[in-house]
Design a binder for this molecule. Structure first.
Ligand code: NAD
Length: 258
């Protein structure tokens, strides 16, 4: 089950996991949010993910879920177990971004960021872990960001949520370590998805993104979603010896920190 599976990294993870033999639940198409500078994933995007997964010979359930709503997340987990028989892998990937100096962050935008990026991951893990406990097996990957490893001006609210889910993931990893369940984190640097490039072109859209790209030692403009998927596949195919870890997919940016 991949939240934010309609497009971008979530869709790439769906295809990479399907290619490895997984049936997929793609959860996305949230309710409206105010003040975002880019559109969110839609039902059409979800169905396109499902079509692409099915072309790889696997099943895909597209489910409309807003991770801010615990009832919708619980129902999606339930539907997964009913329709597919188990819930082996969860990628808690749904997220939004908003940029700007802290004094310009509205109460509403702060709430939307926290409700999606932090509370949404809480809802997803809280719903999935009991199922995995019953199975005595599970692989959970949480999508943070290189913004969850450092401070970045104009990303304070976003980064607060991305640091938060690392604490959540590491703590849950300890709670379930004896039960065949691993919980790990991926931290991508800037990745070419509709979140940072809504028009789908090659031009780098804003100053902040340009600044972040320049800071990366490996001289590539940005990651492709598939670069992150390789990390996700690695973590979920691990036999159960890697948990509570953070995989930085950072074009070398992590060499300068810690
Ligand atoms: N693109 C980047 O540069 C970058 C870098 C580091 C981390 N990330 C993180 O990677 C994850 C995936 O983002 P992406 O780059 O694929 O961007 P994206 O915007 O293409 O995909 C995110 C998906 O999450 C969905 N989503 C947002 N809020 C939701 C909600 N409340 N309920 C359900 N679904 C919701 C969106 O509809 C969208 O389809 C996010 O958590 C993001 O913060 C992105």
């Amino acid at each position: 089950m991949i939240t934010g599976g309609a497009r971008g990294q979530g869709r790439a993870h769906a295809l990479a996991l399907a290619a490895e033999g997984a049936d997929i639940v793609a959860a996305d198409a949230p309710g409206p949010m105010a003040g975002l500078t880019y559109p969110l994933g839609t039902e059409d995007d979800l169905h396109e993910t499902a079509k692409l997964v099915e072309e790889l010979g696997r099943r895909c359930l597209p489910i409309s879920v807003d991770v801010r709503d615990p009832g919708q997340v619980d129902a999606a987990v339930q539907q997964t177990v009913t329709d597919l028989g188990s819930l082996d892998i969860v990628v808690a990937n749904a997220g939004i971004v908003s940029t700007g100096p802290l004094h310009e962050v509205s109460d509403e935008m702060w709430r939307q960021l926290v409700d999606t990026n932090l509370t949404g991951v809480f809802h997803t893990l809280r719903a999935a872990i009991p199922v995995m406990r019953r199975q005595q097996f599970g692989r959970v990957v949480v999508t943070s960001s290189m913004g969850g490893r450092m401070g970045i001006p104009d990303l304070a609210a976003y980064n607060a949520t991305k640091w938060g889910i690392i604490g959540l993931a590491k703590s849950v990893a300890l709670e379930v370590a004896k039960e065949g369940i691993t919980v790990n984190v991926v931290c991508p640097t800037t990745t070419q998805t509709p979140m940072v490039q809504p028009t789908g072109g090659e031009d780098v859209p804003d100053d902040l993104v340009r600044r972040m790209m320049k800071a990366n030692p490996i001289p590539r403009p940005w990651l492709q979603p598939e670069d992150v998927s390789r990390g996700v596949v690695y973590l979920v195919s691990d036999p159960g010896v890697i948990t509570g870890s953070v995989l930085e997919i950072g074009l070398g940016g992590s060499a300068r920190i810690h």
